[in-house]
Write a protein that binds this ligand. Structure first.
Ligand SMILES: Cc1cc2nc3c(=O)[nH]c(=O)nc-3n(C[C@H](O)[C@H](O)[C@H](O)COP(=O)(O)OP(=O)(O)OC[C@H]3O[C@@H](n4cnc5c(N)ncnc54)[C@H](O)[C@@H]3O)c2cc1C
Length: 416
């Protein structure tokens, strides 16, 4: 979507073809749990109106899979046998759910939680379900468990790590979340996983590695997502975890671009190349790729993990590094926690500069914290003020405040 919109803003007449395996137009995966919980209707899931592709003169080949790229002939082969030529090609193939081999995976009422098809199937299965097990206590697993709980199911989350949401937040927030889910009636079991899926043709329970048996009518697999790199592999692109791209979203081969969950670029805060499987990163990457594909020159000048989440009545924003108390090497963590009020604020400082933060409960001012982090501003003089609820640009020493406001960037894109 980002790429198409950028391409069309530059070039009104060139041919654009979109090949998409799913049959519906572009929608928000982040809204899948809200749809399942009955909080929004299907129409609200779509990012754009029904005539989006028509209006932008895009040949939308929905329900078609790209199975091969001939980079010599510059052609994409579709599963139906059709070939489409290209001058520039963007790979935005997203991710696929990670599912380790398990006995009984072929039973009915076992779902992933990634796309529209999954949620429609789960919705149907809800008619005859009272108990659900969700395998995986990451963002997607917790979202699924919350939605199922809101639909009146007895939900049970099973997480392999010692705490939920471990890669994204630190111990206090995991504890806040575990307490919150327990309060809402969702059981969470950590340090465990499923060794066996029980039932006849349909799942009717799971057995955990420690022998615990949990009866269920539905099992949701939410153990993470891996970049869908197969087309990139086959085209001979350089790949690490994802398809490697530079700041212009160019892959290792001319005229081939990649963005979103399938791509791996530079994380400005972590200082390493990594996959950032988040929507703003995918959309922005698409826009940057689109500008460069159309002959412009745009670069992603700053990107890192930034996640805004909401579980029951708890809002969370995380950005940059997640350094836990167990591994703070070279970092100083400053934090305030109030378990009763479900409030937590933590800043991870490296030489006086914000390298990451977590806000739970009260999430206002996140934009200013991101700006301080992006500009590597030295916050040591006013670090205590970061905890003030009314912290704002006015709380920052004057010389730094003007510097920050002048350097303010929109969406990390620079025009050259
Ligand atoms: C339940 C859920 C909740 C989420 N919540 C958030 C959130 O709150 N905030 C956030 O920032 N991010 C969230 N995300 C992540 C976010 O949705 C992704 O980062 C984003 O969708 C990535 O966009 P993408 O275009 O790279 O890939 P996708 O959105 O995965 O799109 C890729 C598309 O390519 C298709 N495709 C793949 N291979 C082929 C092929 N060979 N031929 C044709 N089509 C193909 C796929 O079927 C898919 O439709 C969530 C994800 C899920 C699943």
């Amino acid at each position: 979507m980002g790429c198409i919109e950028m391409l069309r803003s530059i070039d009104r007449s060139g041919t654009i073809a979109l090949v998409a395996e799913e049959t519906c137009r572009v929608y928000s995966r982040a809204l899948i749990p809200y749809y399942l919980a009955g909080q929004i209707d299907l129409e609200k899931m779509y990012y754009r109106k029904a005539d989006f592709y028509e209006k932008l003169n895009v040949a939308a080949l929905l329900g078609q899979k790209a199975v091969d790229i001939d980079t010599g002939k510059k052609e994409v082969l579709l599963s139906g046998g059709e070939k489409i030529g290209y001058n520039k090609l963007l790979l935005a193939t997203g991710g696929r759910p990670l599912i380790p081999p398990m006995e009984g995976l072929d039973k009915e009422n076992i779902f992933t939680f990634l796309n529209m098809d999954d949620v429609l199937k789960i919705e149907k299965a809800l008619e005859n379900a009272q108990r659900a097990v969700v395998l995986g206590g990451g963002v997607i697993g917790l979202m699924a468990a919350e939605a199922l709980c809101k639909k009146g199911l007895q939900a049970h989350v099973v997480e392999l790590a010692g705490r939920v949401l471990a890669p994204v937040v630190d111990e206090p927030v995991s504890s806040l979340l575990e307490a919150l889910f327990a309060e809402k009636g969702v059981q969470v079991t950590t340090n465990n996983t499923i060794k066996e899926i029980k039932g006849g043709s349909a799942v009717d329970g799971v057995v955990l590695t420690d022998g615990t048996q949990i009866p269920c009518d539905m099992l949701v697999l939410a153990m993470g997502v891996a970049p869908r790199i197969e087309l990139g592999v086959q085209a001979g692109l350089k790949i690490d975890r994802g398809i490697l791209v530079n700041e212009r979203m160019e892959t290792s081969q001319a005229d081939l671009y990649a963005c979103g969950d399938c791509a791996q670029g530079y994380d400005s805060v972590a200082g390493i190349s990594k996959v950032i499987p988040l929507w703003p990163n995918a959309y922005l990457g698409g826009r940057i790729a689109g500008a460069n594909m159309a002959g412009g020159r745009r670069e992603n000048v700053w990107s890192t993990n930034m996640n805004s989440m909401h579980f029951f009545d708890l809002c969370l924003i995380t950005a940059g590094l997640n350094v836990s108390a167990e591994d703070p090497g070279g970092f100083v963590n400053i934090s305030r926690l109030d378990m009763q009020k479900k409030y937590y604020r933590k800043f991870i400082l490296r030489e006086g500069r914000i390298a990451g933060f977590i806000l739970a409960g009260k999430i206002s001012r996140a934009g200013i914290f991101v700006n301080l982090m992006r500009t590597k501003a030295d916050v040591s003089q006013f670090a205590d003020d970061l905890f003030n609820e009314d912290f704002g640009y006015g709380s920052i020493p004057e010389n730094l405040r003007w510097e920050l406001l002048e350097k303010d960037l929109i969406l990390g894109v620079v025009n050259q």
